[in-house]
Design a protein around this ligand. Structure first.
Ligand SMILES: Cc1nc(C(=O)O)sc1CCOP(=O)(O)O
Ligand SMILES: C=C1C=NC(C(F)(F)F)=NC1=N
Ligand SMILES: [Mg+2]
Length: 539
């Protein structure tokens, strides 16, 4: 049976491995369980099996695949594929070259290639549409399945670079599956985030080994995966994600929710910010806890209205940070991420990038240089990029904020004289293959908050960090009917107005600290956003 190539469904692509079978299961029983519950493509991949055994296994698996009318791909072994007339072959970068494999297989067989970087996409694009039919994009996350891994995990951002390259080199025919460490806790985030910058393309599917092959109940495991792929909505926080533009009225409602829900705001942050952040949180009718104890994050995340502020100026070990991200993501409680000094040093860049690939952040907040770096727009502005936006082109700031929001499916905040807030959440919607249907970063809703220069804001410690505390209070305090964009914009508007008010009342940086807490307290408890001094405009 020959499959029309364009009809192949790449959505749930099972790659076999008979070295991890749970007791009482066989290679064929796991494959059949997968096929019965929604696996759409199978690849037999047996690295340490003698050819005779491999051929026999492949013939058995082929019989089952035919029963479910699902194509069978053979990994690496072109000879075996030809011998049993399989539907295709998958080869890696160090296997037989693609043009040779194509010559052996003929034009109608399915040919897949492992791709980890844009230069490999350029190569396949040059070969043209008759060569590579699909690529395995990875290794997305750390995995023990692939022995002696040659590639370090690329994360969703690495996959975006590959998708962008497919668009750039016009390899429109080429399909894509993500692979490497894919499991229910990261699949929706991967499909959501892995979208080309032009919004035209997302992954056509996901490919995995252990989630099914090592599952004691492969039927249930496959059903769960199928549900995530067809779900189309990624609700990573339990409040509304929709795109309405914030108004002072909707911000007033946010503040009422915060003051009645009194959110628990867990700070994992730098030493200098701890004390001030706790006082800002208290001033905003919320309850701070400055805990970096890994063993209690799950309990804290389950406290009603819990909210995490993760400020990477903290010296907590990365495993603690990862445990905290996991704990809050697991129970759909919000995380505000402040990648302090994002790319200032190699160490920070590596730490921040690892954390960014590791979880879903509700809000990512940074100053201009941090946001420009995250958006990879800082290359031509490295010199003289100061933390303030006063002397920066507002269009560049907005574009950078929208790019961060788009790529991380988050609400991005860029702080400075002009604060930008962009909403990249798309109401949680995601789709295989067609990305965001052409919506790109510059289409994202973006608000500008300004109140003129407040130079003294830069003369105190933890002023930026404490905006993080304010955002974490507001998004933590929302009801499930509350709106995330309103909450983040409301926090930024309040903080800017309070900063302005405090700057008119203080005698210097010492009293500014105190005045700022007083102003936050006063404006919050009065809850009259329409009277705040800072202006709120749509970009
Ligand atoms: C077969 C394979 N190829 C990879 C690549 O990055 O090219 S990672 C991988 C193993 C994926 O196994 P699991 O789903 O158990 O993480
Ligand atoms: C190394 C591999 C990378 N990707 C894929 C697939 F996902 F199927 F494309 N299969 C492999 N064997
Ligand atoms: Mg290989």
């Amino acid at each position: 049976m020959v499959f029309a190539k364009n009809d192949v469904d790449y959505s749930l692509y099972l790659v076999t491995d008979s070295t991890m079978l749970p007791p009482g299961t066989t290679l064929c029983s796991q494959v059949e369980a997968g096929l019965k519950n929604g696996v759409t493509l199978v690849q037999i991949r047996e690295k340490d099996t003698e050819t005779r055994d491999f051929v026999e296994e492949a013939l058995e698996v082929q019989k089952i695949c035919k029963k479910y009318k699902v194509p069978l791909i053979i990994n690496d072994r072109v000879d075996v594929a030809m011998a049993i007339d399989a539907d295709g072959v998958h080869v890696g970068q160090s296997d037989m070259p693609i043009p040779m494999v194509r010559k052996l297989l003929g034009p109608s067989k399915i040919l897949g290639w492992s791709v980890g970087k844009p230069s490999e996409v350029e190569t396949l694009a040059k070969w043209g549409p008759d060569m590579v039919d699909y690529i395995g994009v990875g290794t997305l996350f750390p995995t023990l399945t692939k022995k002696n891994p040659k590639k370090s995990p690329m994360g969703p951002q690495g996959a975006i670079a590959v998708l962008d390259a497919l668009e750039e080199f016009k390899a429109i025919w080429c399909r894509t599956v993500g692979i490497g460490g894919l499991h229910p806790d990261n699949i929706q985030r991967v499909i959501c985030q892995c979208v080309s910058s032009n919004g035209k393309r997302s992954l056509d599917g996901i490919s995995l080994v252990s989630d099914i092959m090592a599952a004691p109940d492969a039927c249930a495991a496959t059903k769960r995966l199928r549900g995530l792929l067809d779900g189309s909505k990624y609700q990573f926080v339990d409040c509304k994600l929709n795109e309405t533009f914030p108004t002072t009225a909707s911000i007033q409602s946010v503040i009422s929710q915060v003051s009645s829900n009194r959110p628990l705001v867990q700070h994992i942050t730098n030493k200098v910010h701890q004390n001030f952040g706790a006082n800002v949180t208290l001033a905003l009718g919320s309850s701070p806890i400055m805990s970096e104890i890994e063993s209690e994050v799950s309990e804290l995340a389950r406290i009603p209205n819990a909210s995490l502020l993760l400020n990477t100026g903290s010296v907590a070990p990365i495993e603690t940070l990862k445990a905290a991200i996991n704990a809050y993501n697991e129970v759909n409680r919000p995380i505000t991420f402040d990648p302090v000094g994002y790319s200032a040093t190699e160490t920070r860049l590596c730490l921040n990038n690892t954390l960014l690939t590791y979880g879903q952040f509700t809000c990512i907040k940074g100053n201009c240089s941090e946001i420009l770096s995250l958006a990879k727009l800082n290359k031509d502005r490295m010199k003289g990029v100061d933390a303030n936006s006063g002397n920066m082109d507002i269009n560049l700031l907005v574009r950078a904020t929208q790019i961060v929001a788009f790529q991380y499916r988050t609400i991005a905040v860029c702080t400075g004289e002009f604060d930008c807030v962009a909403n990249g959440i798309f109401d949680g919607k995601y789709k295989l293959s067609s990305g965001t249907a052409g919506i790109t970063a510059e289409d994202l809703p973006c608000m500008i908050i300004e109140d003129g220069p407040i130079p003294i804001m830069g003369d105190i410690t933890a002023s930026g960090c404490s905006l993080g505390s304010t955002i974490a209070c507001f998004i933590g305090g929302l009801n499930s009917t509350g709106n995330l964009f309103d909450a983040v914009v409301g926090a930024v508007l309040l903080y800017k107005s309070a900063g302005k008010l405090a700057s008119t009342r203080c005698q210097g940086s010492g009293s500014f600290h105190v005045q700022l807490i007083d102003a936050l307290y006063q404006l919050f408890h009065e809850n009259k956003p329409e009277s705040w001094s800072a202006s709120l405009k749509k970009f």
